[in-house]
Design a protein around this ligand. Sequence first.
Ligand SMILES: *Cc1c(COP(=O)(O)O)cnc(C)c1O
Length: 361
Amino acid sequence: MTLNLRIPGPMPLPEDILDAAGSQMINHRGPTYKEIIERMTRNMQSLLMTQGSVYFYTSSGTGAMEGAVVNTLSAGDPVLSISIGVFGDRFADIAERYGAEVTRLKTDLGAAAMPEDVRAALRNVAGCKAVLITHNDTSTAVKNDLQALSEVIHQESDALILVDAVSSAGGSPLPMDDWGIDVVATASQKAWMAPPGVGVIAVNDKAWQAHEASEMPKFYFDIALYRQYLEIGQPPFTPALPTVFGLDRALRQLVEEGIESVLSRHAARAQQTRDGLRALGIKLFAEDEVASDTVTAAYVPESVDAAELVSTMRDEHSVEISGGQGPLRGVIFRIGHMGWCEPEHIDQCLQALERTLAKLS
Ligand SMILES: *Cc1c(COP(=O)(O)O)cnc(C)c1O
């Protein structure tokens, strides 16, 4: 049986994207690569609904998060971090490591950030330079109301809004310019239906102005280099060509399908997953109003061991799900449904879950 990989990234890929990723190598300083990078840039701009700049790093999503920080900030800058889980903590850690003065606003796990809490927190961070937000925290499967948070931040301050959209972009609505987001970080292996290996950073004019004043050390992730090279249709450094080929193919397909359709497909798979889990009598971790479009978390039933649940699903049913991270280890399990995810993928996962729970409880 082929593995039904239902972790929150990387996801299984359709045959034609796998084929594209398996194409022969090319000169990344030649005309074919120029065509590819220019097309990928246009397509990503269109899918993120931005007139801003888009650059492709050879990195995972964390590289793009680091890029968001080091390109816009300086040591000593007051920064507000809004964390609703593991990935929010990571964003704050990156900024702190580079010397930012980070104030952390943390919610209870399973909750989204409340706009009024963010307003109050902002009033306590004098001269706040940037707010770090996770759009969708994959560790709790909770989605923040980014539009509402962004509105409050714009009302209260001039702070930049840096968003970790690694597991949301391409799966949840994120009209970057409309919502006034200054930097978006995302990655190929999540909702973008491509292999791991490309981190994506999108920046607007305000972020470029911040870049001019930014003194944090940067070399590999310096967007000025990527801008300079993009002018001649090249990357500054050797790209992960197989991932680029796959991502290029995926982005073309997504643009052709239309972002509205892509997003409603994700919402439908999320709904199917939540409905199916409830039908099995399983308690969901997040309330429906804040539930993620790309990953679903649920409590491991009390009579069942979490590690055994995951291993039985994998070994006996060829369905790979994820357990919980950090304090949620042993408490929840997570099912990924982003990128290429057909209703049958979820049905099969739920059937395997039903049999596994019958066996283990
Ligand atoms: C996957 C993910 C990341 C980045 O993880 P990498 O392993 O570095 O790609 C960051 N933030 C969120 C919300 C994620 O889901």
